[in-house]
Design a protein around this ligand. Structure first.
Ligand code: NAP
Length: 235
């Protein structure tokens, strides 16, 4: 039977690597994006699904996306935004945008997939948090709050949905070499690469493999778990 997945923010970075890894595991993967249409279409051409534009923070756009792609068996909430700003300078618009995309996006997509999963009494959800949601992150308070909230969302929802045989897990990446972290500059990235015991930055594939494992039958007894893919950074 065909297994259908949606990965949000899968046009590049961790989401793209995750979509490709899932496709290698036999999933048909729909590829959500907000701006990078050509890149998303190139990924979808390799994963057998559709490239679908939707701002995950917009509930109506998310509903429209699911009208196009139909029900899914696996949802990976990967779409996210980050940025560095001192807490006292965060505006209402910035605060609301971080929460809207990183946390509200997961709420919107999960509420959209649940009717089918509850009906089937099966399904799998993987949320992408961050090690900065497990420990503090100076000048990234809003981002860290959203990522900590995804940990609470994962654990609470795992308890709520376990009787319906829907598993909810989370991957908390360390510093992964994608577009998102390039703003930090090469010197800071070199410093960050030295911090985890494994002594390097992560690759998008390092995270993708963790997600693919949690999505697989090999993880059928795992729910409510937070798997840090971080080279030992927070051990
Ligand atoms: P990235 O390279 O910046 O890619 C972000 C992806 O999210 C892109 O596909 C982008 O689409 C999409 N996106 C952004 N806003 C969206 C929205 N409102 N609606 C739908 N899609 C949206 O990021 P990344 O490094 O791969 O990170 C992916 C996830 O991992 C994020 O949740 C991030 O917080 C988390 N994470 C990353 C790191 C790291 O070090 N890189 C560490 C820990 C956690 P477009 O291409 O169309 O703009």
């Amino acid at each position: 039977m065909e297994k259908i997945a949606l990965v949000t923010g899968a046009s590049r970075g961790i989401g793209k690597a995750t979509a490709l890894a899932l496709a290698r595991d036999g999933w048909t993967v729909h590829v959500n994006y907000i701006r990078s249409r050509e890149a998303a279409e190139a990924v979808a051409a390799q994963t057998g699904g559709m490239a679908i534009c939707a701002d995950v923070s917009d509930g109506q756009a998310v509903s429209a996306m699911f009208e196009k792609i139909g029900p899914v068996d696996l949802l990976v909430n990967n779409a996210g935004i980050a940025g560095q700003i001192q807490f006292q300078d965060i505006t209402d618009a910035q605060w609301n945008r971080y929460l809207g995309v990183n946390l509200g996006g997961a709420r919107n997509t999960i509420q959209a997939v649940l009717p089918h999963m509850l009906h089937e009494k099966a399904g799998c959800i993987v949320n992408i948090s961050s090690i900065w949601g497990l420990r503090g992150a100076s000048c990234e308070v809003a981002y860290a709050c959203t990522k900590a909230a995804l940990v609470g969302l994962t654990r609470s929802l795992a308890l709520e949905l376990a009787p319906s045989h829907i598993r909810v897990n989370c991957v908390a990446p360390g510093v992964i070499n994608t577009d998102m972290v390039q703003v930090l500059g090469q010197e800071t990235l070199r410093d960050l690469a030295e911090q985890p015991p494994l002594g390097r930055l992560g690759t998008p594939e390092d995270v993708a493999h963790a997600v693919a494992f949690l999505a697989s039958d090999k993880a059928s007894f795992l729910t409510g778990q937070i798997l840090a893919a971080d080279g030992g950074f927070i051990v």
